[in-house]
Design a protein around this ligand. Structure first.
Ligand code: PLP
Length: 426
């Protein structure tokens, strides 16, 4: 396939290609990436390389073009790239399910292999609603979450995203009506814990589940909160017969310094969603895990099956790469790497705290956030980062980074400089 000249490619892109949250025809000027290796993206316009401060939206934890992941994909490709999962099974999917059960919080036993994070949240919600329906309590069909979250772009996930000023504000009034708690404070406050308990108790008869992003609210605002609230939710859910769902799609596989953020609190949810870094960012795959209680409840119902089965469910290529990615992560001292990045970001982002227009600087694991007191000028902020040789994607009032875990110290410092520059100029 001959390479298109960059100018022609951009013209065609603008005319025909939707980008995330983009207009059509496009008015954006995306950078064209020719290839990616390690932590670097090579641009097609000949201007050089950018250090990736985004891990392709939290997913490329091992960087790009990794020989181990490449080999896993090649090997599996030679055997079978895809086969339907209805009535058939295969080793990559079975291995992956077993691996996920082994490394997840104790008690999660069953795995649904979905094809994107949003779908895994849809499946989680379906599991919870069907569980209560099977038990003869169909009125338990609402969800409780806290404001400021983000769970994806399909229907049920959109209904539990931040309802005010969030990405799905357009759809308020049309989406299923859920129950919202206030956003969780950063530190532990007993009055907030009481607010959560009170809401769960008050709505218990209509609640199928509480669903939250544990410890870090990602795309809804990059906020961190005390893990103690997860224990509060676990106790309240147990006391009032409500299921608990943790959406670990952004936080899973070490991003916050624990393998899963639930580990900060030592809590097992009834249902857990993972995605993004599951395949090291190579292929689209996510998973919904549930306990034996949930699966058995569903199996006792009038319709004893979980009625969900996407065409690409259990894709062998993605499953093989996911197994290799998990092995790669666990086969190294990843905690030390994440701590190293955390220390580098703390040091490198400290100057931002003294910058005019900066409201807050926060770092947790391999996540660094600078929050402004105004809406960021995305163009100016991105330009400032690119000038420093770094790829960032600021949004709303945030300039943030989640670099791959293989980012070396000099590149972590460079990313931090770029975040500071973007915060100054954006
Ligand atoms: N849940 C969380 C916490 C996320 O951060 C995201 C994506 O950013 C999703 C769900 C949706 O995942 P996907 O974009 O793969 O559909």
């Amino acid at each position: 396939m001959p390479d298109l000249p960059v100018a022609e490619l951009l013209t065609l892109d603008r005319r025909h290609v939707w980008h995330p949250y983009g207009p059509m025809p496009g008015r954006q000027e995306p950078l064209v990436v020719e290839s990616a290796s390690g932590v670097r993206l090579r641009l097609a316009d000949g201007s050089g390389e950018l250090v990736d401060g985004m891990s392709s939206w939290w997913s490329a934890i091992h960087g790009y073009n990794h020989p181990v992941l490449n080999e896993a994909a090649r090997e599996q490709l030679a055997r079978m790239s895809h086969v339907m999962f209805g009535g058939l099974t295969h080793e990559p999917a079975v291995r992956l399910a077993k691996r996920l059960v082994d490394i997840s919080p104790e008690g999660l036993e069953h795995v649904f292999l979905a094809d994107s994070g949003s779908v895994s949240v849809e499946v989680a919600v379906k599991m919870c609603l069907q569980y209560w329906r099977s038990l003869g309590r169909p009125a338990k069909r609402r969800l409780l979450t806290w404001r400021g979250g983000y769970h994806g772009d399909t229907w049920q996930p959109m209904s539990v995203c931040d309802p005010e000023g969030g990405m799905h504000e357009l759809w308020q009034g049309v989406l299923p009506r859920q129950v919202f708690a206030d956003p969780p404070p950063a530190g532990y406050e007993e009055s907030y814990a009481e607010h959560l308990r009170e809401l769960v108790e008050r709505h218990a008869d209509e609640l199928a589940a509480v669903i939250v992003e544990p410890v870090v609210q990602g795309a809804g605002g990059m906020r961190f909160h005390s893990p103690a609230y997860l224990r509060v939710l676990r106790e309240a859910c147990d006391a009032h017969d409500v299921l608990l769902v943790f959406d670990e799609i952004a936080t899973g596989f070490g991003r916050t310094g624990a393998l899963f953020a639930a580990g900060h609190a030592g809590v097992t949810p009834d249902v857990m969603c993972v995605g993004k870094a599951l395949t090291g960012g190579y292929l689209t795959m996510a998973a919904t895990l549930c306990t034996g209680r949930v699966a058995e409840g569903i199996s006792r119902g009038e319709v004893p099956v979980l009625a969900h089965g996407p065409t690409f469910m259990g894709n062998p290529l993605a499953a093989a790469v996911a197994c290799a990615s998990i092995d790669l992560l666990l086969g190294q001292d990843w905690q030390t790497e994440v701590k190293r990045i955390e220390a580098g970001l703390r040091e490198g982002l400290a100057p931002a705290a003294r910058t005019e227009g900066v409201r807050d600087v926060r770092v947790l694991g391999a996540i660094g956030v600078v929050q402004l007191d105004h809406e960021v000028d995305m163009r100016a902020a991105t330009r400032a980062a690119v000038r420093e040789g770094v790829w960032l994607r600021p949004f709303r009032d945030l300039v943030y980074t989640m670099p791959p875990y293989v980012t070396g110290d000099a590149d972590v410092a460079r990313i931090a400089r770029a975040v500071c520059a973007a915060a100054r100029e954006g």
